[in-house]
Design a protein around this ligand. Structure first.
Ligand SMILES: Cc1ncc(C[n+]2csc(CCOP(=O)(O)OP(=O)(O)O)c2C)c(N)n1
Length: 727
């Protein structure tokens, strides 16, 4: 790989613990606020804006719609930042604190360039070459930029609006690192989120805005209003097409609104917004109007929705000639501007040659980094506890003998309490978990003991809860988020999915190990479609998640601790019928007990049938199996991602018969996965067809009579065992 020397005016991403450079003030935005005295690095801004333009030129000339371009030079999915570039380069120049973070979107490459993105990476990624943002796994403009000592860019996602809540998480982390952990290196840092005017209609925008304003977070919303969300006009996204005007009465939000094509005005407004946030004034929103000088993306033909006159009107608002006029001759001479253009052309050509010379990514590695690779010496991602920090929280997989018998809920509470004590980077939050102690009272007393910075209530937005957790994890914290009931994870689906793929799609540059506690399943004598969903298969099906469904208090402690000391995001399912009942109770296994994932427990040994189950069904299976002496083996999987294939296969090889029992729907439930595995890998040992006993694709009903009618009962399980034994 060739290394292009850092371009003049570009920020070197070198190790530096130096305090943040003083930010330019709004008064410095005029070009002649003193060519020498101006604190805006106008030359650097111009360099990055010109580089961005040149990259867009290269990519637009080589996108896949251009038939004449050699295949190896084709950019498969191209997005241009043309028109957004100048204001973004100005914003980038204001991110001067080593702990600043930006959360951005596909049109944000100019900002990344101004934060030190190498030109070669910027080109190699769209070309799908090795290395870069994702080692060929993600679209070239879905970028990220890790660094321990310079402002970072959080991993972007393809979903519009998903960038907002992780950014709020980073903003809240700035306060946590500063105030709770006492780390002065975070003082004065800010979080900045970029989005188009279309993105202000998304749930993520409103969720993050609520967080930022209610918590007075150091967060800047930068809205780049180009008037089009793909083809849809801005007045469909917010009434009157101006979010800044509409938010004028929003509490605790500093607002600036202006013309992003005017470099002086853009610099002034952005500097005011940044200064407000950095100075501790709370969140700000800056909306700048910018033109979209290209189609939405390579595949888009804007002719269907834009007239020639509209395209020409936008072209006339190109900020680049305005930048030149702003700088030449007051800051740069004509010759210097021409030299700058020549520098850019040379640097981009060198980077292009180097990017094209890079090899293609190795298909042999494509499955690597779905999960953490903890092999000593393997590279560590940015995010989560470091390997060394996790090693310090050392535990044992041997439970303490003679612990007192505790309810499931108490066991989870004790585990959380101990981990909060042992790990100052651990936080617990969710709806009602603070003052009330959770609607299931699992976190009762924790806020009193640890304070409301570490154990706290959140606003009522599951997307916000999970997105915030992701931003916090990336900042190095260990967030434990509670979703009040399994069904209410639905609004967070996008953040959950993006969290699961984050390590893989950044080729291990970033990771966000979070723990999501989630009560679900039927309650003691009660159900309904909202509070009793299990649907755990969805998380087993999602990429990158580990999923625990403990059946008693001892496993709950061990698995939750393993999750909180692990390097992968984890769903920790708390079955409602086990939380406060004797069925879910067990001896507390001790404060050091760590139960590795993927290790099933044989709850009853038996010779003729294997029952595979998890969660609350474990107890029904044990009762049913008890009717058959020692003929039925009951396996409690404990975790379904990963699941203990070896234990199941070994058992079926011995018994020759297998049934899987679960509370989730029969169709495409996790039992189908196990049945398929047994059918293939234990085929020659089977004496009977593999059976599945599950809810017959009916939502959970309310009345106990109806509820019991749909759940696999002890009698039903026993009947089906009988049938298997008769084969
Ligand atoms: C959640 C989601 N819905 C739809 C899309 C498809 N899509 C991609 S970009 C876009 C328009 C976004 O417009 P805006 O936020 O104004 O940004 P701009 O492209 O104008 O910079 C749409 C609808 C998407 N990527 N994500």
């Amino acid at each position: 790989m060739t290394t292009v020397p850092p371009p003049r005016g570009s920020r070197a991403r070198v190790s530096s613990k130096a305090p943040a450079a003083p930010a330019p003030s709004a008064a410095d935005s005029a070009p002649n606020s003193g060519a020498a005295g101006s604190r805006f690095d106008w030359r650097g801004i111009a360099y990055h804006a010109l580089v961005s333009r040149a990259l867009d030129d290269v990519e637009e000339a080589t996108n896949k719609n251009r038939a004449s371009v050699p295949r190896e030079h084709v950019v498969l999915y191209q997005f241009s930042a043309r028109g957004h570039d100048v204001a973004q380069a100005i914003l980038g120049s204001l991110l001067t604190h080593p702990r600043d973070a930006a959360s951005a979107y596909y049109r944000s490459r100019p900002l990344l360039l101004s934060l030190g993105l190498s030109l070669e990476d910027a080109l190699a990624s769209p070309l799908g070459r090795s290395g870069g943002f994702s080692d060929g796994r993600d679209i070239g403009v879905v970028c990220n930029l890790p660094s321990r000592d310079c402002p970072i860019v959080l991993p972007m996602s393809g979903d519009v609006g998903s960038q907002f809540t992780p950014c709020a998480g980073w903003a809240q982390s700035i306060r946590y690192h500063t105030d709770v952990l006492g780390d002065a290196s975070w003082k004065g840092a800010i979080a900045v989120v970029l989005g188009g005017e279309g993105s202000v209609a998304t749930n993520g925008f409103w969720s993050a805005l609520t967080m930022a304003t209610t918590l007075s977070l150091p967060m800047l919303f930068y809205v780049e209003d180009n008037g089009l969300g793909l083809s849809v006009r801005g007045d469909m996204q917010t009434p009157g097409a101006n979010i800044a005007r509409n938010l004028a009465s929003f509490g605790n939000l500093f607002i600036r609104d202006g013309d992003g094509t005017n470099p002086g005005e853009a610099a002034k407004l952005l500097a005011e917004g940044v200064a407000h946030v950095r100075g501790g004034g709370g969140p700000a929103l800056v909306r700048l109007t910018v033109p979209r000088l290209s189609s939405h993306s390579g595949p888009d033909n804007q002719r269907g929705y834009r007239t020639d006159a509209e395209i020409a009107a936008d072209a006339a608002r190109d900020p680049m000639p305005r930048l030149r006029a702003h700088l030449v001759p007051s800051i740069l001479s004509e010759t210097q501007w021409s030299e700058l253009e020549a520098d850019v052309a040379r640097d981009v050509q060198q980077a292009l040659d180097a990017a094209r010379a890079r090899p293609y990514p190795d298909p042999a590695n494509v499955a690597h980094w779905v999960y953490a690779d903890d092999t000593p010496g393997s590279p560590e991602a940015f995010g989560g506890l470091s390997r060394a920090e996790r090693a310090e929280l050392d535990g044992t997989d041997v439970p303490t003998e003679g612990g007192d018998v505790v309810r499931f809920a108490e066991s989870v509470r004790r585990t959380l309490r101990h981990e909060l004590e042992a790990n100052p980077k651990c936080l617990v939050f969710g709806e009602d978990v603070g003052r009330k102690g959770g609607v299931h009272l699992v976190t009762e007393g924790l806020q009193k003991q640890f304070g409301d910075r570490r154990v706290f209530d959140t606003s009522l937005s599951e997307e916000g809860i999970i997105g915030r957790a992701v931003g916090m994890a990336i900042s190095g914290l260990m967030p434990v988020a509670e979703i009040q009931f399994r069904k209410y994870a639905d609004p967070a689906a996008e953040q959950l999915n993006n969290c699961g793929t984050l390590r893989w799609r950044t080729a291990n540059r970033f990771a966000a190990p979070i723990v999501v506690r989630m009560p679900g399943g039927f309650g003691k004598d009660v159900g309904d479609p909202w509070h009793s969903l299990s649907d755990e298969v969805r998380f087993a099906h999602a990429y990158g998640w580990r999923v625990a469904i403990p059946s008693d208090a001892a496993d709950a402690a061990g698995l939750l601790r393993a999750a909180m000391r692990g390097a992968d995001p984890t769903i920790f399912f708390e079955h409602r019928s086990l939380l406060m009942t004797s069925e879910g109770s067990a001896h507390y296994p001790g404060d050091d007990y760590v139960l590795p994932f993927g290790r099933a427990a044989v709850r009853m040994a038996g010779s003729d049938v294997t029952l595979v189950t998890w969660g609350a069904m474990v107890h029904r299976c044990i009762e049913a199996a008890g009717r058959f002496g020692d003929r039925v083996e009951v396996i409690d999987l404990r975790t379904i991602a990963p699941w203990d294939r070896a234990c199941v296969l070994e058992s079926v090889e011995k018994t020759g018969r297998c049934a899987i029992v679960h509370e989730d729907n029969l169709t495409a439930g996790f039992g189908a996965e196990i049945a398929a595995t047994v059918a293939r890998d234990a085929f020659w040992s089977l004496d009977a067809p593999v059976d599945r006993i599950a809810v017959e694709d009916v939502p959970m009903p309310y009345h106990p009579i109806l509820l019991e009618a749909v759940l696999p009962s002890v009698d039903t399980i026993a009947e089906r065992i009988e049938r298997l034994l008769a084969v």
